[in-house]
Write a protein of this length. Structure first.
Length: 362
């Protein structure tokens, strides 16, 4: 299963343009609400300079980057949780994701309509978040009712779920996101199957233009995100869409003229990777060098399963070389002689940058 980040927001705020960037300009974009009915999916490579450094040493035939999926979900509107604008379908699409990229319009353009006519990021954010809250409230209330009906079979586990759901409902009825509720890990795991929207990690993507007013609107997004401890990624989606159509010389010149130091698109991909709490381990060989995304805290057995089920079924042990040691000594034989290659069991916690070789028997 891939790691998925859902792109959400009101209609006509630049979601499909952003998705075009992710897919290098191959998605449908139109200036009217609900252009995107079925969610589009982009599998996006995560740029990692470490792969190139490893490749310069090993000279492999192939280099494979880690990737995450971005899903372009149709624009939500007020009343989505009650089914407005195919809202229930779109909210269910969000439930299938691991994290949320909330796009907010921070630009004025008379040629591009806004579903509520004027540009107010704080109102737009509140509308989307309220719909997520109402949807979660509906899910929690339905499951609470189901568990309360089990009067004759009310086990300790069922009562535990009832207590957690009542705690969530009390919080949601105050129009507050569950990510701000003090739920411990056990409580979160108990209700994880509900895939509650307001528990998903979120980043805000501020879609801007070159006008000064955009910066004022951006400040409002930062103010809201700070309360949620959520990252904010500013981007001029239309400008960067033009950039990807240029050759490298034109791109560098353009970025210099407009004082663009780094592309918002790359920042979004990196932020999505961090938001999903992913780290990277590498498999290195002459045939290929590959970066593998895995949840932080995963064991070597879980890493083996990530590559192939046979690796985990017949797992014997794993050999670990630290990335910095590989770059420093550039020779696997020398690394082993220096005792820098360790042998670990199935419970070893994979660290970011580990170069991993699995020993297994099937």
């Amino acid at each position: 299963m891939g790691f998925k980040c859902g792109i959400v927001g009101l209609p006509n705020i630049g979601k499909s343009t952003l998705f075009n960037l992710l897919t290098k300009g191959n998605s449908a974009v139109a200036n009217f609400p609900f252009c995107t009915i079925e969610p589009n999916i982009a599998k996006v490579s995560v740029l990692d300079e470490r792969l190139n450094r490893l490749a310069n040493i090993v000279l492999p035939k192939k280099i494979i980057h880690a990737s995450i999926e971005f899903i372009d979900i149709a624009g939500l509107v007020k009343g989505a949780a009650q089914g407005e604008g195919l809202g229930n379908q779109f909210l269910n699409n969000i439930r299938e994701t691991n994290a949320i990229a909330h796009v907010v319009r921070c630009f004025q353009d008379n040629k591009i309509s806004h579903v509520y006519d004027d540009i107010k990021p704080e109102r737009d954010i509140e509308i989307i978040n309220t719909e997520l809250i109402l949807s979660d409230l509906d899910v929690c209330e339905k499951h609470l009712l189901k568990y309360k009906k089990k009067t004759t079979l009310r086990t300790q586990d069922v009562q535990k779920k009832i207590n957690i759901l009542e705690k969530c409902i009390k919080h949601l009825t105050q129009c507050l996101m569950l990510k701000n509720l003090n739920l411990n890990l056990d409580e979160r795991n108990t209700i994880s199957s509900l895939r509650l929207l307001t528990l998903k990690p979120t980043m805000y993507i501020a879609n801007m233009n070159e006008e000064k007013e955009s910066l004022l609107l951006l400040k409002k997004v930062y103010h809201i995100a700070k309360k949620e401890n959520a990252p904010v990624i500013p981007i001029s989606a239309n400008l960067e869409l033009d950039l990807i159509k240029m050759n490298e010389i034109e791109k560098k010149s353009f970025m210099k003229v407009f004082n663009i130091k780094s592309l918002g698109l790359n920042n979004i991909i990196s932020a999505g990777y961090q938001l999903l709490k992913l780290i990277t381990f590498f498999t290195v060989g002459k045939k290929e060098i590959r970066a593998w995304p895995i949840l932080d805290g995963s064991t070597s057995l879980q890493a083996a399963h990530k590559i192939h089920t046979d690796f985990s079924k017949g797992f014997i042990r794993v050999q670990i070389i630290k990335y910095n040691d590989f770059i420093k000594y550039k020779n696997e034989v020398k690394i082993r002689e220096l005792g820098k290659c360790t042998k670990e069991g199935k419970n070893y916690k994979i660290e970011d940058g580990d170069i991993v070789h699995f020993l297994f028997n099937v």
